[in-house]
Design a protein around this ligand. Sequence first.
Ligand code: ARG
Length: 568
Amino acid sequence: MLDFKEKIANQISSITNIDKNEIYEYIEIPSDSKMGDYAFPCFRLAKTMKKSPQLIANDIKDGIILSDEFEKIEVVGGYINFYVNNKAIVENVLKQVDLEKEKYGSSNIGKGKNIVIDYSSPNIAKPFHIGHLRTTILGNSLYKMYSFLNYNCTGVNHIGDWGTQFAKLIEGYKRWGDEYDIESNPIEELTKIYVRINDLCKEDESVLEQCRNNFKKLEDGDEYCVKVWKKFRDLSLKEFQRIYDLLDIQFDSWNGEAFYVDKMQEVKDILEKNNKLVESEGAKVVDLSDKDMPPCIIEKSNGSTTYATRDLAAILYRARTYDFDKDIYVTSYEQILHFKQIFETAKSLGLDEKYINGLVHVPYGMVMLKTGKMSTRDGNVVKIEDLLKEAISKVKEIIENKNPELEDKDEIAKRVGIGAVIFNDLYNSRIKDEIFDWDIMLNFNGETGPYMQYIYVRTKSVLEKAGYIPEIKDVNFEKLLDEDSIKVIKLLYQFNDKIMQALDKYEPYIVARYLIEVAKAYSSFYNNNKVICDDKEIQDARVYLTYAAGIVLKTGAGLLGIKMPDKM
Ligand code: ARG
């Protein structure tokens, strides 16, 4: 597809002798379209060129040979403003849509590159909390976007299924297992057992000792301990699966912490060999004081390994197995220090630079209920499965009121309800604390998932009314030069760029907000123009624009993990 920015960069580069890519980075898209479609600020050049930005801008402008893809260039202050030729952009966008259809916006930039995304990763026998919902939604969206650009992605659910807490749980289960209905309500019941045994441990040192023993036995493969641990794991995963099914999210790997139990010795050996392991109060640690961080604990004083050790083993394993260009971890910001520590320690594992440079932590903020903080650690967390089901039933109610005749109400309510939750999660910068408020996220007229879906459904019904999608050769691009149409087309042109920006910052909100812009622009276009009309040429052009907008909305929603209904 025609890259106007590149055209501009090429010209300015040959005039100024500055690297093309550098120029490309400097080019801006003015927020006020009256200032052109692209702007090149000359302020940065003033120092080296020893001229005022205004003079530089004029000099560059004089040197530019305008191709007919541009209408005009103007110098305003220290900026050179470029106005693209509207017909060129209409033609370009619509031909590309015709060529690529659902692939419009994709590219091959990721070909041959491997991305590992570690997301969701709940802990077995513990609640899947709202924070886990965020990593699941964020990680899935990044996964979809990378895949769309043809990166080879591996989605890993790094389940928290190892650690001393299971030794306690085994002890509790051994004592009171049959008092609890674990089969039908595993996580809630196991949590109760955990709380009870923990209390007992505090009272009775000998129980704690037994728990420690259990962990040793578990690590050594004791039959009973392993069997019970496996039962906890299977039942928990089954419960988590219901959430993944509602969200329609799959993983390529479920290698969690337990998977690395037999792979940690190598980490210790390498660190030992590289003289990185030091004794500290009976524990083995990697000192990170020169990086102003607390030490990375590799082995606790009681000989057991840590969360960090397992993460280091996972880095080794992933480097070898997936040859990753990036290994991305999506967790709450509470783990920022943890990842800083293990990324720093990973430098001592003897891995190729490439892998070290590819380690990325993507943190996100808390979720707040309208009434206050939604706790992640306390017992009184909202069950995520219930929350998702509530979203669906709330939408079902709205549909029953607004459009009781609708067919397939259940499926539509599911897409809209789940879509609303996902969109709400992705609409703001991830690091911001999120507000969970049904009234806001289910508002069909707000900047919400349901609104985006509603406008998409509008495009579908326009196409249905028209009864056809014109062939591209029948589309007269001149008929789409009015302000409303151009606004939509220019947004569609930016689709790929928005995905690239979102990945560059690991911020799906860039795509989410973009889709709202597209939906709003299409909505104005629709309100101000008759699509189905007497003039066949105008109709064809407008139907095609509708088709193109619908494709971008649907594909874009898919990149967020949201499914579009065809009716609502
Ligand atoms: N299980 C952890 C939690 O619930 C998240 C794991 C993230 N991934 C990792 N490789 N450490 O907070």
